[in-house]
Ligand binder design. Sequence first.
Ligand SMILES: [Fe+2]
Length: 195
Amino acid sequence: MEVTGTVRTESGAPVRGGLLEIWNANHFGRYRHIEDHSGLQLDDNFFGMGRVLTDDDGNYRFWTISPGAYLARPDIGRWRPKHIHISVSGGSSRLVTQMYFPDEPNNATDPMAILMGDGFKHNVGKPYGTPDQNVDEGFRFDIVVGGRNATFLNEGSGSKGSRYCSTLEPTPCIKIRSGGCARRSLHGPASNIRV
Ligand SMILES: [Fe+2]
């Protein structure tokens, strides 16, 4: 699939040269991550993460595999709907969000989607037809960093202190305490919980 969009500030100014880092589960709902212990099938042809820069007008585009939903909380039978994680870095700030997909049955019970309330619509990609024969579907996902109509951002991002540990880190990381930094885990406290 193809995902395109524009990154803007709350005043509508495009974020030029913004770094987007993208990661999503494969078709089977499996992350290529050391802490994914689901045992689901890996895809030899899908790395699962990538980076792209916005152009002078704040536009971006990337291709990825349509992610699968996954059982994030086996203990209570809670599924996470298909989604794509996107980190946006521009200037001195970093924000982390997720793009959801329309009409997914698990959207209604997703805790983060519920927390967004009416703002959830800002985090759902809008489907469009793509003329590229190599791409079966496209979704537009515009990102606003700040203001009343901001894209919902995960906890631990933005002004709460997210930053990069190192440009050499293969996966995004977040500051977990003052002066400390750890690679962002795909899991919660229990080893079988994924976000
Ligand atoms: Fe996820």
